[in-house]
Write a protein of this length. Structure first.
Lengths: 196, 196
DNA sequence: AGTTGGGAATAGACCGGTCGGTCTAGAGGA
DNA sequence: TCCTCTAGACCGACCGGTCTATTCCCAACT
């Protein structure tokens, strides 16, 4: 396989399909066999590339985080916008992504809820992901604070965590209702308060 | 079994144990066998009282909702307090309950995330539960609005949904971190804004 | 250039264990 | 007697994971 080849590798196809299936089914309800039937990939290939179902799911989370970081780069990195609007843009992008996927919510929230009672590995993994996202948002809120564009008197880090937590809650409700309403309502409320 | 008997019935014991185990393990990871081992109840009894695992879980949710309604009665029904404080009291009670259970979050949020992609039955069931809770909170916010104690200009129903959604998000984060921080931060933020 | 050696990847039959659920038998009380 | 409930052996299906065989591709060697 030459590096410049456009061919999609077996491993990538598995991660790609796994992303969608984990988002819909969650971890326990996703069978390896179902994944293989959907992709037409034999079991030998799966266990060649991944040591176990858990290893696979953890790598799917990594892949999901790549997408998240791309979204963060696109929004928070847009220095033409004031910092608070950059933060909001990130969540607007996420909402648009949820729409494309049929309002199934956020993979981190889904796996976090399902597995954090049962697997310390996943609990720490997911919490680590949330931490990374919150850190990047914090940086942006920090900038807003320095420019005097932040109304609230709380620490940027706490405001970032709060925003992320509430977003996940709205994403759950959006998943239950299969509509974007809760996401928009949450964003409107938060930014109306946060903006000076 | 006489009605006035204080004896705990087999069915009640199953529902009670199921509540705790579903909260920790979720639906798919909870095995009937594990439930029976924990309670010492034979399988025949289980399937005498419940037609299936799904039927069982749905009844566990009903039982959970009984507790929620008790909490709502205790807090929202306390007319010595102004309505907004009654609403806050409900969530303070919930936070205390979560603490007792080891910060495993909310059963509705957990099952909602896990199953709403896979089972329309559960999706509608859980969304129905959230609706009921939101309605009761709405009534209380309505009263606050009429007394001019509500700062926000939004509809009480939307404020109630927002509060509930954000709470569920904070509960997920609390489950991941095994601490109450996110719950308190979310309440402080919301009520600082909502109160006039 | 042609041959070949060997690791990477594919292929799927197969495995023990566990799953939710059924069935028959018996215990207990009214 | 009769019905509710307990009791647990048993069932087929499916689970995640293993194993061996085969194919593929490219590098190394003559």
């Amino acid at each position: 396989m030459t590096p410049e080849s456009q061919e999609i590798t077996t491993k990538e196809r598995l991660l790609e399909a796994g992303l969608g299936m984990l988002l819909k089914h969650g971890y326990s309800d996703l069978g390896i066999q179902a994944l293989l039937s959907e992709t037409g990939i034999p079991k030998g290939s799966f266990y060649h590339h991944f040591s176990s179902k858990q290893d696979f799911a953890l790598q799917v989370v990594d892949r999901y985080m790549q997408e998240v970081h791309q979204g963060l780069d696109m929004s928070l990195g847009n220095h033409a916008l004031p910092p608070l609007e950059r933060v909001r843009l990130f969540f607007e992008l996420s909402r648009e992504k949820y729409r494309r996927e049929g309002y199934l919510g956020c993979l981190l929230g889904g796996l976090g809820q399902e597995l954090s009672g049962v697997s310390e590995t996943f609990r720490h993994k997911i919490e680590g992901c949330f931490n990374l996202i919150a850190e990047r948002i914090t940086d942006c809120l920090e900038e807003a604070h320095q420019r005097g564009e932040l109304a609230a008197d709380q620490e940027p880090r706490q405001l970032a965590d709060l925003l992320l937590d509430c977003w996940e809650g709205a994403a759950l409700r959006s998943r239950l209702r299969r509509d974007p309403g809760p996401l928009g309502a949450m964003l409107d409320f938060y930014f109306a308060v946060a903006a000076r």
